[in-house]
Design a protein around this ligand. Structure first.
Ligand code: BG6
Length: 479
């Protein structure tokens, strides 16, 4: 038995676009998430290709003529069932809950001046319900769900005008919830703008295929929006805490050949530190600037923007961690991963989607991040997807218990190493629509949702075995 720190915020995480549904109800506009199809013929090991948005897929999605379905339109009905779901959170003894605010509920097209009152009312009720149940809300302002209109009319985040539209949205929610919400994450997995350009930046993958291409211009606009949000937020409330959120693509060197170790260092600078550096040190590292130069990318950051970036860094180091990978000489087989493919590690097991399970990697990462930024950490997403079927009305998900337990143990080990950690929100509360494949089969929840890939089913919530286990951990602070 190991004791888990009593001060740790412990709970679950979801996003609006994967859970709420009701995509065109109460004035909500169309978001880019709802244009991501479910492809029943997809080869499981091919998620990274499926994730890409092309001209053809987009045209097809806008027609929505029944050839494919678009599950983020119906989600898992969190919009109507949030009270029931919050009751389950409270009964699980979680003391926090992370979700996002759908931009398109508040500003359906993104470029309106005035917010949609009906959309705000939904989040008023949701946040009040959390507080009533003594659950700390942790709010992501933008989680892969920007208004499609901002893509169609303005070209997505490569256009700096989006900074103003985003700030209008952010100001609306920061002011409205200033006495209710303390923890804010301006952008989910900010590095997605480089790896999953549709979700992260509203750019079509076939137009922006290259990492370190125009997506960097988009990312720079997102960084500036992030810093301006923090500046604005600090004027609104002194108690706000702003978090970064980076998908940490941890990679090891496949062997101790110094050349490969050096390549791994570069890989990690590119995939992890180059994002955190801007968010926590307030400037691009020399490494990033050299690389951008090499690729001929000019960012044109004004002196004012440099100052804004420098003066408005995040308060805590937030990140998602699902797996680790390997940097190799390109000869060995690659496996799927969160946002990008990676090399296989023969010491690790993987789930059905090829994601390699590595709890110790989380401790390594936490130590590295804390050493580098000296700010408290928050693990905002961590979990494992499985294809699960009810047997005798139950899901005995011992594999999930093992996964979460082993990661929590390593978090506590990292805390014992001296790392400061604010909290842990597991992905996810209940089964929701997969971000990458829009399927329901890839289930991450502590709570089973009776719904198939096509949206059929009663949507009844059935706590899995892991629900009881996590409840115990939250209550007794012991694993
Ligand atoms: C993270 C995202 O990258 O991974 C979540 O922030 C997502 O939105 C999670 O659901 C798991 O990915 P997937 O594709 O398996 O749902």
């Amino acid at each position: 038995m190991k004791k888990i720190s009593k001060d740790l915020l412990l709970g679950c995480s979801i996003s609006a676009n994967q859970a709420e549904g009701s995509w065109n109800i109460d004035g909500k506009g169309l978001s880019i998430a709802e244009l991501r199809r479910y492809n029943p013929n997809l080869d499981r090991k091919d998620i990274n290709t499926e994730r890409k948005m092309t001209k053809e897929k987009l045209e097809e999605a806008l027609k929505d003529d029944g050839t494919y379905i678009y599950p983020k339109k119906f989600g898992v009905d969190f919009y109507n069932r949030y009270k029931e779901d919050i009751k389950l959170i409270a009964d699980m003894k979680n003391n926090c809950f992370r979700t996002s605010i759908a931009w398109t509920r508040i500003f359906p097209n993104g470029d309106e001046k005035e917010p949609n009152q009906k959309g705000l009312e939904f989040y008023d009720n949701l946040i009040d319900e959390l507080i009533k149940n003594k659950i700390e809300p942790i709010i992501t302002i933008s989680h892969y769900e920007m208004p499609f209109n901002l893509v169609e009319k303005y070209g997505g985040w490569k256009n700096p005008i989006l900074i103003d539209f985003y700030l209008n949205f952010a100001r609306t929610v920061l002011e409205r919830y200033k006495d209710k919400v303390k923890y804010w994450i301006p952008f989910n997995e900010i590095n997605a703008a480089n790896y999953s350009v549709w979700a992260g930046a509203g750019l079509r993958d076939d137009e922006h295929p290259q990492i370190l291409g125009l997506s960097m211009v988009a990312l720079n606009n997102i960084f500036i929006a992030n810093a301006k949000t923090i500046k604005m937020g600090r004027e609104i409330s002194k108690s706000f805490q702003f978090g970064s959120m980076v998908a940490t693509l941890l990679n090891y060197s496949e062997n101790s050949n110094p050349e490969l170790v050096l390549k791994t260092e570069r890989d990690q600078q590119l995939k992890i530190y180059s994002f955190f550096d801007v968010l926590h040190r307030g400037e691009y590292s020399k490494f990033s600037l050299n690389l951008l130069n090499k690729f001929g990318i000019k960012l044109n950051i004004s002196e004012d923007d440099k100052k804004i970036l420098k003066e408005n860094t995040c308060d805590f180091v937030g990140f998602s961690y699902y797996m680790s990978g390997v940097v190799n000489d390109l000869e060995s087989e690659l496996t799927e991963g969160n946002l990008a493919k990676t090399g296989k590690n023969s010491f690790l097991q993987e789930n059905e989607w090829g994601w390699q399970i590595d709890p110790v990697g989380l401790r390594i990462l936490m130590n590295r991040l804390y050493d580098r930024y000296q700010k408290p950490l928050f693990i905002l997403e961590n979990g494992i997807g499985f294809d699960e079927k009810l047997i005798d009305g139950q899901i005995n998900d011992d594999y999930r218990i093992d996964y979460i337990k082993n990661h929590l143990l390593q978090i506590q080990n990292a805390i014992d190493d001296g790392v400061e950690c604010i909290g842990y929100t597991a992905w996810s509360l209940m089964d929701i629509i997969s971000h990458g494949t829009s399927e329901m089969t890839k289930r991450y929840g502590f709570i089973y949702v009776d719904q198939d890939n096509y949206g059929n089913g009663s949507k009844t919530r059935i706590p899995k075995k892991s629900y009881e286990w996590f409840k115990n951990v939250c209550e007794n602070r012991e694993i």
